[in-house]
Design a protein around this ligand. Structure first.
Ligand code: KG4
Ligand code: ZN
Length: 334
């Protein structure tokens, strides 16, 4: 039995978890900074770093306590090394390095995308190869997961899917983070209210969402210039149409890519994978194409440390430990 104490601080959640054998979550504690950043309409990196500093010790202590273990019983410390915001990453990396050194435990450095993908291991047994759609606030990509490697099949050429949700929400006067707010507003809206664009690109596995964002802004400006006010119904209709455009593109390209690459299983990951309409569309299209679509529960889609513990376990088995010179890597390549 291997117990990994995992730490995540790449953006605006300070999180710690204890995970047994990469699957069984003994604790999963998250201190969210959403209320702080909401005042500014998005994450303020300097504020995020300061709040990570304040939260990281109590969050780690709570994770250890809830798991019913002592720090000494953890076999290794795992941490998100990148990509992410430099200051926030540095807090988690420095803290984990200090902890590993003081406890004389191995340190495992985890890539944030790989952690999002590994979240699926917390809820089911899945064997590579499979295709993962990672859609979060900072990245959107299609990744072929093999037993010992990952291959990037395509990615967003501009805004990430979550970033598009957040920016469109802001234009609609909805608070940060925009994804859940758009999903809520969209429940009362018409998906076909506006025919927002779906960018077609040279590589059919790539995405682009900046044109959609501009189209939403243009639609709002046009209506405003005609004297129309932004009613709750208009917000809902535009939210539903924009959500449909994002989810349509993500689901269609993910399913088409899995079929083209002859991969039978499609895994959803990242904060945007918490979106009910995306899960529904992926489920429908995967079924039509004869694929199995798997998604972790929403709590394991958005940033958390349990997924870091899941991603660290295969690295533990292989003895892939980080040097004590490990640094935060905001642009860590995939
Ligand atoms: O993976 P995540 O927690 O953090 C990053 O790695 O970026 O993803 C956060 C992103 C935000 O852009 C947020 O608006 C989006 O995920 N998100 C959603 C939903 N929940 C979170 N987007 C659409 N629908 C949701 N229900
Ligand atoms: Zn994330």
């Amino acid at each position: 039995m291997t117990l990994i104490l995992a730490i995540e601080s790449s953006c605006d959640e300070t999180a710690a978890a204890v995970v047994e054998d990469g699957r069984r979550v003994l604790s999963n504690i998250i201190a969210s900074q959403i209320d702080i950043h909401r005042l500014y309409g998005g994450v303020v990196p300097e504020l995020a770093s300061r709040h990570h500093l304040q939260a990281i010790t109590p969050v780690t202590e709570a994770a250890i306590q809830e798991a019913g273990i002592t720090l000494a019983q953890a076999d290794a410390i795992a941490v998100t090394a990148g990509p992410g915001l430099a200051g926030p990453l540095l807090v988690g990396v420095s803290y984990s390095k200090a902890l590993a050194f003081a406890l004389d435990k191995p340190l495992i450095a985890v890539h944030h995308w790989q952690a999002h993908i590994a979240a699926i291991n917390l809820v089911c047994k899945i064997k590579p190869p499979y295709l993962a759609l990672v859609a979060s606030g900072s990245h959107s990509g299609l990744i072929v997961v093999q037993k010992d490697s990952y291959e990037l099949a395509g990615q967003s050429l501009d805004d990430a899917a979550g970033e598009a949700f957040d920016k469109i929400a802001r234009a609609l006067g909805l608070p940060y983070p925009g994804g859940p707010e758009i999903e809520k507003a969209a429940r009362n809206g018409k998906r076909d209210f506006c025919a927002f664009p779906r960018a077609s690109l040279e590589n059919p596995c790539d995405f682009s969402f900046s044109g959609l964002k501009s189209a939403v802004l243009n639609e709002l400006n046009r209506r405003q210039m005609q004297g129309e006010s932004l009613t709750e119904q208009l917000v809902s209709d535009i939210a539903a149409s924009a959500q449909e455009a994002i989810c349509d593109v993500l689901s269609a390209r993910a399913v088409a890519t899995a079929c083209r690459l002859k991969l039978n299983t499609l895994v959803l990951a990242g904060g945007v994978a918490a979106n009910g309409r995306l899960r529904e569309l992926v489920g429908e299209r995967a079924r039509q194409a004869g694929l199995t679509a798997l998604n972790p529960p929403p709590a394991y889609c958005t940033d958390n440390a349990a997924m870091v513990g899941a991603a660290a376990y295969p690295l533990w088995l292989k003895g892939c430990f980080a040097a004590d010179t490990l640094n935060a890597q905001p642009r860590l390549p995939f």
